[in-house]
Write a protein that binds this ligand. Structure first.
Ligand code: AMP
Ligand code: TRP
Length: 326
């Protein structure tokens, strides 16, 4: 069975773009593959952070993932820091990656320019990501376009390790959704919706209440003209709303335009569809949030399942590397 692995950082708030562009796909893959999903708390340490906030964010992201449809019975859902092999294997990855390869990672360049304190971990972060993936004999890694370079590096590290020390790792491939799967910012439809955007008005958070959602859609930027039709080049604002409406109601963006005469109707219909889409997710989230002990129990089961796979892979790594056994 195909093994799928992906990770998400417990920083910032989860938004509609994450749900429609990534999480929905993660949920769907549970029925088709052996799926392993990881809340990557160690990755959150690469930039300055507040310990209490990290703890709360890790728990709350886990709850939001379950509320969105990840089922701990059908997938392996765990927190990276609960499985020691990730940090241990990351060292091996750092020693297998070339300095020049790490230096070429564009995400490091972007992030190091916008931070006052640049940690060594921010530089070696892709090696930790490679460890995450390779420890699980992963075939497929569903990620966004921005992660393509990290998956390429992971492949290069796996192939280099295998040729130096013998077959050890499965060489994974990235599964990247088509650009149409991108949700754009409601205020700046030329940019993708993101949690780091300063204009929060353009981002629908999964935990926004119905009034906030309606307000954000009401204020969404539309285009000149007044016809509701799907045309991403000339009508980026309207087309984004149609994509969202279509995705929320299981239709194509073109079909979603049916029967909508005015921009105001489109905004109202999209707001309503998103409120309905998020209603059960929010209800389930609030149930889970009221019982953190249950989440801890789920995470313990997830960590046990993950550890079993990771430990077996890492034993192979140790032995092939020539580390003395005990
Ligand atoms: P990030 O929020 O950048 O950490 O991304 C987490 C996941 O959500 C990645 O797989 C991204 O590709 C996906 N994602 C983030 N923003 C969007 C968006 N606006 N539209 C579609 N997918 C997105
Ligand atoms: N670096 C990824 C991001 O910023 C998160 C991540 C960490 C990840 N480890 C991973 C994604 C392993 C896929 C597989 O979104």
């Amino acid at each position: 069975m195909t093994r799928v692995f992906s990770g998400i950082k417990p920083t910032g708030s989860v938004h509609l773009g994450n749900l429609l562009g990534a999480l929905r796909n993660w949920v769907a893959m549970q029925d088709e593959a052996d799926t392993v999903y990881c809340v990557v708390d160690l990755h959150a340490l690469t930039v300055p952070h507040d310990p209490e906030e990290l703890r709360a964010a890790t728990l709350s992201l886990t709850q939001l993932l379950v509320a969105s449809g990840l089922d701990p019975e059908r997938c392996t859902l765990f927190v990276q820091g609960h499985v020691r092999e990730h940090a241990e294997c990351a060292w091996v990855m750092e020693c297998t990656a070339a300095f020049g390869e790490l230096r070429r990672m564009t995400q490091f360049k972007d992030k190091s320019e916008s931070n006052d304190f640049v940690s060594g971990g921010l530089f070696t972060y892709p090696a930790l990501q490679a460890a995450d993936i390779l420890l699980y004999d992963t075939d497929q890694v569903p990620v966004g376009e921005d992660q393509r370079q990290h998956i390429e590096l992971t492949r290069d590290i796996a192939m280099r390790f295998n040729s130096r020390y013998g077959e050890t790792f499965v060489v994974p491939e990235a599964i990247i959704p088509p650009t149409g799967a991108r949700v754009m910012d409601l205020q700046h439809p030329e940019n993708k919706m993101s949690k780091s955007d300063d204009g929060a008005q353009g981002t629908i958070l999964l935990l926004d209440d119905p009034a906030a959602i309606e307000k954000k859609f009401k204020r969404a930027v539309t285009d000149s003209g007044n016809e509701v039709c799907y045309d991403p080049v000339d009508k980026p604002g309207v087309s984004n709303l149609l994509s969202i409406l279509g995705a929320a109601t299981g239709r194509s963006p073109e079909a979603a335009a049916d029967g909508l005469e005015r921009y105001g109707d489109l905004k109202a219909a999209t707001a309503e569809a998103v409120v309905e889409l998020l209603r059960p997710v929010q209800a389930r989230y609030h149930e889970l949030a009221a019982d953190p002990a249950e989440t801890s129990r789920l995470l313990e089961i997830g960590a046990d399942k993950a550890r079993e796979v990771a430990a077996a892979t890492f034993d192979r790594v140790r032995s092939n590397l020539g580390l003395l056994g005990r």
